[in-house]
Structures are given as C-alpha cells and as structure tokens.
Design a protein around this ligand. Structure first.
Ligand code: NAD
Length: 495
C-alpha cells in the first residue's frame, strides 16, 4: 500500500489548512521499512495559540447546539469511520507498524466509541436539589468546560483519540488535538472526516509537532481541560504546566501490569492470554501484561509453554495475514528496548527466549525486536519496575495469594492487571486488593466503549470510556433562586 497522494498533511485551524512552513517541518517515517511517508508541520507556539483561539471562538456557538444535533454529527462521523475503516487501518499500520488486523479492529472500536458517547449527548441532566428553606429552588446545570486540549501517543492514534474526542464532543466542548509526531496520519485524515461529517469550522482543530507545540498547547489558561495519553515524564511536565494555568488534567500514562496465574487456572486459556498480554502489538500498549506472576507449583511448566509460543511468533510485515507481531514503532524505540534487555541480562535475569533485534524473514529496514522472555526476575529490578513498551516479559513465581498481591502491587504503576483462576471467591478477593484501574479475569486486553478505563498511582488519573468519562469534559453550575417576595436582611443571607 502506498499512502494516497491526496492525503493532506496540513494542520486544521478554524476550518483552514495553513500551508506548511518549509523552515518548520517534521518527517513521518514508516517503521515497517523506514520509508518516508510524508512531511508535517512542526507548529509554532503562535499557531497553537491560533488553534486555541479558533476553538474558543467556535465554542460560543457550539455550546448552544442541542445534544441531539451533536449526536447526529457524531453518528455521521462514526458512519464515515466504518465506511473508511479499511483505508484508515492501512494508513495507521503503515504509520505505526501495528498489525493490520488490530488497526482494523481499532477503526471500528473508535466508531463504536463515537456512537456510545453520541447516545449521552442529549442526556446531560442536572439535578434539582431540595434545600432546607421552603422558598428556594436549587438546580444544577452540567455545562461543557470549553476548549479541551487532546494529546495522544503513537501506539493507537485512532483509538486513543476516540477515547477523548467522543466524550468531549458529546459534552459540547470544542477541541485542539495534537497527535504524536511519530504517527500523526490518521489524525490528519480526521480533518477531512469532520468536515465531511458536517461539524462546524473550529469545533475540531488539529495541530502537529513535538514537545514545543505540546508545551504551547498545555500552558494556555484558556483551556477548560487537558487530556493527555503518553509517558509518565511528559505527563508530569504537563501537570506542572497546567497547575500554573489552573487547568484540570486527565492523564493516561504508562503501566507495568501484572498478569497473575493461579494453580487452578485453565492453562489452555491462560497460556495464550499471557502471550497476548505482552506480545500483542509488540508490547507497545500501556496495558501490556509485562509481568507474569505464576504459582510455584505450575511455574516451570507454564513459563516454558509461554516461551515456546513466544519462540514461534511470526514476525514480519504487519499487513500480511500470517504475521503475528510487527515492528516496534521507531528506530529509537527499538534501541531503547534493546538497552533494557541488556540491562536485564546484566542484572542476572534468566533469558528464556529472544533478546535481540535481528530477525530473519522480517522486512528489510524494519525496526524489529524478538519476543523476549526473562524468568525469575527480581521484583525489585528495573525490568520488573519500569515500563519497557516493547515485547519483553518478566516472570516471577509466588506461593501464596498474599505474595501474588504484594508483587502485583509493588510498582509505582497501577493501570491494569489480570487474574487467571477458576475459583470465584479467590477472583473477587484478589480483584478487590489489586491497586489498578482495570482487572481482567480469565481474559486480557478486552476493551469496551461502556467500560471505564484509566489508571492509579503513576499510571495517571481520570477515566476514559464508560459513562463517567463525559464528566471530564463537564462542570457543574449551581443555580439557586429565591422564590419568596420577602425583603431579606442583607447581612444574614442563607438558604
Ligand atoms: P510521549 O509522552 O513521548 O508523547 C505523547 C504525546 O505528548 C505526543 O503527542 C508528544 O508529541 C507529546 N509531547 C511530548 N513532549 C511534550 C511536552 N513537553 N508537553 C506536551 N506534550 C508533549 O509518549 P509516547 O512515546 O508517544 O507514548 C508511549 C507512552 O504512552 C508509554 O508510556 C505508554 O504507556 C503511554 N500510553 C498510555 C496509554 C493509556 O491509556 N494509559 C495508552 C497508550 C500509551
């Protein structure tokens, strides 16, 4: 597949597509074969401010658009995503190297998210609140926060954006989106899609660039919300900047999630579950089950089976049906992963399979890393504590439920976790004790538009998807009306 020559990589600001300044450009490269895919603008701070200004101007009328009309536009957007799912998936795969079968699913998942939140857009009820005083009437309005800045990572651009844009539009916010400079193409394609769907100009704005654009976007006090998906370090920097401007922040950050296999688990399901948890998407997911905790009595057999499956994983072009794992998203990312593997070897972790970047049969020029399994990893070691964001699994053994919970909770992260067991009482006990935003039981990586998602501790705060996600883009206004006709003592006003 070649990128359609019609793909317009210019930004979208107030309905305009400003020409790319040749002095400020960034190259977009395919991780599959290193091919040049296009040139994008490296937005200046002034352009970012313009985009926020355009969103602010559009908000003045968008906030008056009834929910049913916002929903109609969102369903139209979903229709187009479903219609164009194949070409969007092809574009995404070329851009970030994810398996085509996964980007196909993600295009449809994004559409489902827009439909879910479209269903909420005309149901943003406030409450009437009885106060102590009979002659007062009190009610709340749930109002959009205004302009939301939506910043995404490169690993799942369509899906990550839908997690933010769908509730923001449903709430009645206008937005400025900044995709990752590493994989911005499907987000730029959205510029055409929102126009075709009929969204008024300025409701959706898209800027491109790296850290400079990101800083300009997150330092602006005109924002009502920043929603960020990315690394912990950048998340912390954004929260610091936003604190100065007093802008609330939603942070979806990294993870070091534990997949726990008890001795009563159905191993025929748990082995593929553990493999998918870490090697799906080459481990480049925030929810990767990058720590595998296995009960002592089944540890050796189970870990050997996982390593066997890992050894047989077919690496190659992510567009080929037979491929099970594609490249990692950039050369830099591959170097970082290989450095983490070297560090684990130096630490004394036992390498069972993988451990290198050289892969026979992979596409020439692609950024591949072999599926890698380390056994008996010290839970305190860097491999067990720090996110790798690549296909590297650390395994640990445990002998009691309490020990499993202690190891699982023993990192700075708290994004996701998995329990494999057929004992229903144990499942509920362990699920209750795990410090994580998501607990999967006898499955892993299952996502749904209706199910809230987000982290605790250094995995971030705030929730995406699910009914509560829309609250990130709303604020409550209280209206209190005095129904009496009395003249009140001005120094003793109370309800
Ligand atoms: P990153 O933090 O490097 O970049 C994320 C985005 O922030 C990009 O758009 C980037 O241009 C922008 N950015 C960079 N510096 C900035 C700054 N100073 N101010 C504002 N914006 C800035 O992350 P990445 O490498 O693109 O993504 C990988 C990380 O994302 C991993 O840690 C992964 O766990 C995390 N992630 C989390 C989730 C989740 O939902 N919790 C989902 C996917 C990825």
């Amino acid at each position: 597949m070649t990128i359609p020559t019609t793909l317009d990589t210019r930004m979208l600001i107030g309905g305009r597509r400003p020409e790319i300044d040749p002095a400020r450009t960034l190259n977009v490269t395919s991780p599959i074969d290193g091919a040049h895919l296009g040139t994008i603008a490296d937005a200046s701070a002034e352009q970012v401010r313009d985009a926020i200004g355009a969103a602010e101007a559009a908000f003045a009328s968008w906030r008056r658009v009834p929910g049913v009309e916002r929903a109609r536009l969102m369903h139209r957007l979903a229709d187009i995503l479903e219609r164009d799912a194949e070409s969007l998936a092809q574009l995404e795969t070329r851009d970030n190297g994810k398996l085509l079968r996964e980007t196909r699913t993600q295009a449809r998942f994004a559409a489902r998210n827009y439909r879910f939140f479209a269903g909420l857009a005309d149901k943003l009820h406030g409450a009437t609140i009885p106060l102590d005083a009979w002659d007062t009437f009190d009610y709340t309005r749930r109002e959009p926060v205004g302009v939301a800045a939506l910043i995404t990572a490169w690993n799942s651009p369509m899906q990550l954006l839908a997690n933010k844009l769908a509730p923001a539009l449903a709430a009645g916010c206008t937005v400025v989106i900044k995709p990752s400079e590493i994989a911005p193409l499907t987000t730029l394609k959205l510029a055409e899609i929102v126009s075709e769907a009929g969204f008024p100009e300025g409701v959706v704005n898209i800027v491109t660039g790296g850290a400079e654009a990101g800083v300009a976007l997150t330092a602006d006090p005109r924002l009502g919300r920043i929603s960020f998906t990315g690394s912990v370090g950048v998340g912390q920097a954004i929260q610091r900047t936003a604190t100065e401007a007093l802008v609330p922040v939603t942070l979806e950050l990294g993870g070091k999630s534990a997949n726990i296999v008890f001795d009563d688990a159905d191993l025929e399901r748990a082995v593929p579950g553990a493999v998918a948890g870490i090697f799906a998407a080459g481990g480049q997911t925030c929810i990767a089950g990058s720590r595998l905790l296995v009960h002592d009595s089944i540890h050796d057999e189970f870990v050997a089976r996982v390593a066997d499956v890992a050894r047989g994983i077919v690496l190659g072009d992510p567009r080929a049906e037979a491929t099970q794992m594609g490249p990692v998203a950039s050369e830099l990312q591959r170097e970082r992963i290989l450095a983490r593997i070297d560090e684990a070897l130096a630490d004394g972790s036992r390498l069972l399979t993988g451990g290198t970047g050289a892969v026979a049969g992979a596409v020439e020029g692609g950024f591949f890393v072999q599926p890698t399994v380390f056994a008996d990893v010290d839970p305190a070691s860097p491999l067990a504590q720090q996110e790798v964001f690549g296909p590297v699994l650390a395994t640990h053994r445990f002998s009691t439920e309490e020990e499993a919970i202690e190891i699982a909770n023993g990192t700075e992260y708290g994004l996701a976790s998995g329990i494999w067991s057929r004992d229903v009482t144990r499942v509920h006990r362990v699920a209750r004790e795990l410090v994580a935003g998501t607990v999967w039981v006898n499955t892993y990586r299952y996502s749904a538009a209706q199910a809230p998602f987000g982290g605790v501790k250094k995995s971030g705060h705030g929730r995406e998807r699910g009914v509560e996600a829309i609250d990130e883009y709303l604020r409550t206004k209280n209206v209190l009306i005095d129904l009496s006709e009395d003249i009140r003592d001005p120094f003793a006003i109370k309800a």
